[in-house]
Design a protein around this ligand. Structure first.
Ligand SMILES: Nc1ncnc2c1ncn2[C@@H]1O[C@H](COP(=O)(O)OP(=O)(O)OP(=O)(O)O)[C@@H](O)[C@H]1O
Ligand SMILES: [Mg+2]
Length: 262
């Protein structure tokens, strides 16, 4: 496959914040419909990378192409899901979900039908007119996901979307996201600190290293789909987790020590 047929093509991406080189020479190519996870120690530039692809931040150098075109800013071809839910407290589930279409001037009966279908897809049927304060953390993250999907992006950018959830809710959200991805076949870039989450969800895992941030290794996850949750206990799965953990272990140790030193 040539570079032109890639969904996302990144070459020589470098990002400097003043004297700090947050990313240095990042090269990745992502195929249409791939599920990619990004793991790596705190501060290695994962969020920065996602923000650059999302058009929320500009690169200092390098090529970043989406569907063969350079990224010039945010667009409805990309949907973002952040760690915090940032829902608007005065809007109910439906109108929080429709913020994107609203900004694009696309509200109406057709959009409403789509919104209701999306809410059903993320498991919120029956909660359409609840307000954020009436929802659990997991439900709020489902609204966030529906909101990102509402603009019908071809690329979904997810930055630790499940990290605030308890372990059980998190696993349920993993299976739900996997199911939604199987149905829609969107391209996904998913940042997580939980390696088993990365392995469970992904076609490939990008392992970032720090100082400066770069792609250290790309791991193909060759596990059959759909993946039941108990695949996490299989030797093949555990071997992937161990392999990735070994790749970042030392980096993580250094970054934790630095954080303690302030
Ligand atoms: N707007 C900014 N101005 C200055 N420095 C920044 C800015 N954004 C990020 N950085 C720096 O860039 C580096 C990468 O930050 P980034 O948030 O991308 O890391 P991360 O991999 O997402 O970390 P974490 O796992 O903790 O979320 C860090 O050293 C951070 O301090
Ligand atoms: Mg981050």
């Amino acid at each position: 496959m040539g570079a032109a047929s890639n969904k996302l093509n990144v070459a020589g991406l470098t990002k400097r914040f003043g004297p700090l080189e947050a990313l240095s020479g990042v090269d990745v190519a992502v195929d249409r419909g791939e599920f990619i996870s990004i793991v790596g120690p705190s501060g290695c530039g994962k969020t920065t990378f996602l923000r650059i692809v999302g058009g929320l931040e500009t690169a200092s150098a390098g090529v970043i192409e989406l569907d063969g075109r350079g990224i010039v800013g945010p667009g409805s071809d990309r949907g973002f899901v952040f760690q915090s839910d940032n829902l608007l407290p005065w809007r109910d589930v439906v109108s929080n979900t429709e913020i994107g279409p609203e900004l694009a001037g696309k509200l109406g009966p057709e959009q409403r039908a789509r919104t209701l279908k999306l809410l059903e897809l993320v498991g919120l049927k029956g909660f359409e007119h609840y307000y954020p304060r009436q929802l659990s953390g997991g439900m709020r993250q489902r609204v966030n996901l529906a909101r990102a999907l509402a603009v019908d992006p071809t690329l979904l950018l997810m930055d630790e979307p499940f990290s605030a959830l308890d372990a059980q809710t998190r696993e349920i959200m993993q299976t739900e996201l996997s199911r939604i991805w199987e149905e829609g076949k969107k391209t996904v870039l998913f940042v997580t600190h939980q390696i088993d989450e990365a392995v469970y969800l992904s076609d490939r895992v990008f392992v970032f290293a720090r100082r400066p941030g770069r792609v250290n290794e790309v791991i193909d996850i060759d596990l059959p789909r759909p993946r039941p949750l108990d695949i996490k206990r299989t030797p093949a799965f555990v071997a992937y987790v161990e392999r990735i953990w070994k790749l970042i272990e030392n980096d993580v140790r250094v970054s934790v020590l630095e954080e303690h030193e302030g």
